[in-house]
Design a protein around this ligand. Sequence first.
Ligand SMILES: Cc1ncc(COP(=O)(O)O)c(C=O)c1O
Length: 442
Amino acid sequence: MHCQLLSCICIPRAVSVQPKTTFARSKSANERKVGHCTKVPRSNNMESLQTGYLFPEIFIRESEHMRKNPHARLIKLGVGDTTEPIPDIITSAMAEQARALSTGRGYRGYGPEQGDAALRTAIAEKLYQDTGVKGNEIFVSDGAQCDISRFQMLLAPNVSVAVQDPSFPAYTDSSVILGRAGKLQVETGKYGGIVYMKCRPESNFFPDLSTTPRTDIIFFCSPNNPTGSAASWQQLKQLVEFAKANGSIIVYDSAYAAYITDDSPRSIFQIPGAKEVAIEISSFSKLAGFTGVRLAWTVVPEELSYSNGYPVIKDYNRIVCTCFNGASNISQAGGLACLSAEAYKALSNIMGYYKENTKILLDTFASLGMKVYGGTNAPYIWVHFPGLSSWDVFTEILEKTDIVTVPGVGFGPGGEGYVRVSSFGHRECILEASKRLRNYYK
Ligand SMILES: Cc1ncc(COP(=O)(O)O)c(C=O)c1O
């Protein structure tokens, strides 16, 4: 059992923490080197960025826990990294592409910066049926995380930004890095200049747009990381109307769209009129276990324009050609293979496996009388511990059950009082986690 449990351990990834979460032990950013320094000033934006990092801090706490309890059998349900092997039909396509590179006929150097034409067409046809999205509007990339920042390079420095609260930290942090935010306000845990759209369970974690001020950019993630909730048709229609009325651009992150099992929209482009107000960023990471392979895409519709009428797609193309040079041809071969009927079925089975894990975890917390959200359309569950500090809950769960979760406040001040539990993991780890949680909280 020991080995099996260790095999579900995910390697932490550096995702920066949102404000208000200051870590006594995360002091590296305040350290100043003694000795020779260059004359290059540090960017004020980087100075503004919250100095603590969520996952390294979690890793420090885990390591300390393991140092104090060397025999603990740790179960990591924290970082949302996939654990199940990629179907052979997909890795074979990548292997074939890699082998072809050693042949005169099969060798390829730089590809089109926008991505392989066959892959762009396949994404449009398989994942954007009936939305009007065309292959030439799809830009293949090396990761959704990179695209979140890359897209922002084409925007004027002073554009204003709104984020869901809580939300995936990359939106806020990249906005800070690019100079779109003011200083961190310690009392509120928010950056000045950024609009935090509070997302509460009463409204299925959808913000109250009637009180949301206008911004140029609205980051919106559905199904949402961390709450696991997917916006409904009616909510997305409202969002598109809001953006249209305000002349805003929605940056819609659908990295978990393939986990939707009810009839919620899988793409913002299913909503009429969305092509005039949105781009969509998505990924093979959670769809196909490509977190290490690295492959994603961004849809930039031809209809989307700046205030002067210039098409955004032309600038995006310019950014991609200048600041990127195309995704690896090996990973693109894998991506194309993913979209065949046989491979997609195999991937759906794996996602179904993770969803069964989610159900086990959901049932566990619910049977303990806890309020738990998400899970139906996402591989995450969002557990409420009213009135408690999410870091305290994280610590208690770690110390009492040897299970790693993520404190909700790491996703923004609106996440205080919650922890996020990931269902990526081998079944035996999930069952063991369920047993330990039931024993501890009974
Ligand atoms: C909402 C969301 N967007 C984007 C990403 C990053 O995806 P990628 O692996 O393609 O960079 C993640 C990863 O966890 C995510 O949760």
